[in-house]
Ligand binder design. Sequence first.
Ligand code: ZN
Length: 451
Amino acid sequence: MPLKIGLEIHGYLTTKEKLFCNCKNEHKNKEAKPNTFICPTCTGQPGSKPMLPNEEAIKKLVQIGLMLNCKINHEPEKLIWWRKHYNWPDLPKGYQNTISGTYANPVGVKGNFLGIGITEVHLEEDPAAWDPETGEIDYNRSGAPLVEIVTDPDFKSAEQVAEWLKQMTLTMSYIKALDSDAGIKADVNISTTGERVEIKNMNSISEIIKAIAYEIKRQEKEQVKNKETRQWNSAKGQTIKMREKESHADYRFIKEPDLPVINLKKAEVELIKKALPESPMEKLEKIIKKHKISDYDAKVLTANLEIVEMFEKIVEKVSPKMAVQWVTVELLGMLNYNKKTLNEVKINPEHLVSLIKSTEDKKITELKAKDILRSWNKGSKALDVRSQEAISNTKEIEAFVEQAIKQNEKAWQDYKAGNVQALNFLIGAVMKLSNKRADYQTAKKLIEKKR
Ligand SMILES: [Zn+2]
């Protein structure tokens, strides 16, 4: 039997509120104290009832389904909330509300993303966070809307899984539906020669790869006779047996009596579909065609929505060549160096356009422009081009040249004796003295003339 791998991916939706109450959906806010975004509903108090499900969450779920090319189930199909029962300290109600399960009609079905079949896309509430060491429970995330994406067992290797997950999360970032800070949690189903094994508890692509590689090797040695669930232990780099896999019946699914059938109309789905943004692939093809840029540059730009949006805005005002250079080299270089995102540094397209235009008009030198860009991070708010304007006035530069020679007598003598490196050194000194504002060519000519 050939190797078969399937994924169940959980991601947190970026909604303002939780799924069945008005509590803030901010469980990933690191400054938040435990148990601050809670109410009787999301802590499962006796007698509490869920509110109508968060519409924003349903809309985002539909967007995700559409981006994964799923068929969206809408009225007259019945989209029903179920109670999935299990006993665990993180689940005060004793059940989790979900649109999935044995008898469920999930919202998105039969999709396909980059050649991998999508079994279903559905929504459920997250349980609380339980710390087995201390016994403490934090209900901030209890009731947070979770999307679950289930793939068909179409993957043939760990590398394929990694590449697909990268593309999938990038695509999700384009619709801003998933909380990227919260990351993803994934369970992996894997079968090599025997029964299917489910590996739980992985929250990064690199861990998923390691777990798959480990499990393939393990199953070469130990025949898997019964379906089982294993846990990934990243510290040990091993999967550990948790239990023989429970069947759906063990969850005692029943229809949720306190929630109505989801009212999702065909027209609504059509509207969401029309308003969908471009996918990374569509954006890539578009910018290559429209601006005649290289595949490589287009890939760098589209790997991040903020960055490609910045490019698309500034390329309306400056040449594609300059836009590519300033965004992919200067801007990204600065961000990577400082480990910041574009949102964090508050550089807007107007800033960048004004910077680029000032160098094109030779108002400031390119070196100076790069300096200004880098200094943004240190708190300078506006682009102060005027005080940084390039000096092309020969007399002013001459003064700097004389000063540079005076301060670097040895270099001057070396240059006069024919040392070319000494010339570069002297030009450098002029640039330093002029705060990088002196015109390079003029400075060079003036020094040469003096020899
Ligand atoms: Zn609540």
